[in-house]
Ligand binder design. Sequence first.
Ligand code: MF3
Ligand code: CO
Length: 249
Amino acid sequence: MVLKTAGELELMHAANRIVQEVLDAIGERLEPGVTTRDLDRFAEEKIRSSGGVPAFLNYKGYPATLCTSVNDVIVHGIPNDDPLLEGDIVGVDCGVLYQGYYGDSARSFSVGQVSSEAERLLEVTRTSLMLAIEQVRPDGRLSDIGNAVQTHVEAAGFSVVREFVGHGIGTALHEDPQVPNFGAPGRGVRLRPGLVLAIEPMVNVGTPSVKTDPDGWTARTADGSLSAHFEYSVAVTEDGPRILGVEAA
Ligand code: MF3
Ligand code: CO
């Protein structure tokens, strides 16, 4: 586990600020008829004009700037030319490399009016992330993060994806430790100031099972149910969690 200095945390905040600005702008552009390729082009331009580099593009051969995961796609959906439709939900995951440091964050959005179940899925998944972040503090235990996600999600009748996990982040997109979104509380490494974790719950309406498309990336729910994904890069500080890229309230 790599602990970052205060100066490094400012650079990671700057990288994540670009990510948040991209996600904010995408939220404003999302409407029926827009394609995920339009969003991807827009994101790449915005990242580069901010002095950053898209972090996912060419990562292990990934072909785009964003992951855009529509409806039953859990994560790693590849942008394409299909127009988004009223009632869709779409997870948008964005990574930026800026001055040697990575930022990584995701939000799921609704396109126009969505079903009440889709609305509830988005709300439960987002809240599970915020409850997980509340567990981030010096001497906290890693598994309390996943336990907070799992407890909230399962109480709502949804399920937590096991195949993909959050991760440490810094000068690499993926650092130790892995951050599962499930498990017993009070286990795993102790959190230390300077540790930065990308916490990213993926939540399915139906079963937690995953199947991957022949493209080798697109991960879908095995049962075709809806899935949502939210992610923040979060630093452990003496005062508790600091969500990077977002100004403190
Ligand atoms: N947030 C995801 C992750 O941490 C996004 C990676 S997409 C990839 O794994 F294309 F870069 F793999
Ligand atoms: Co991530």
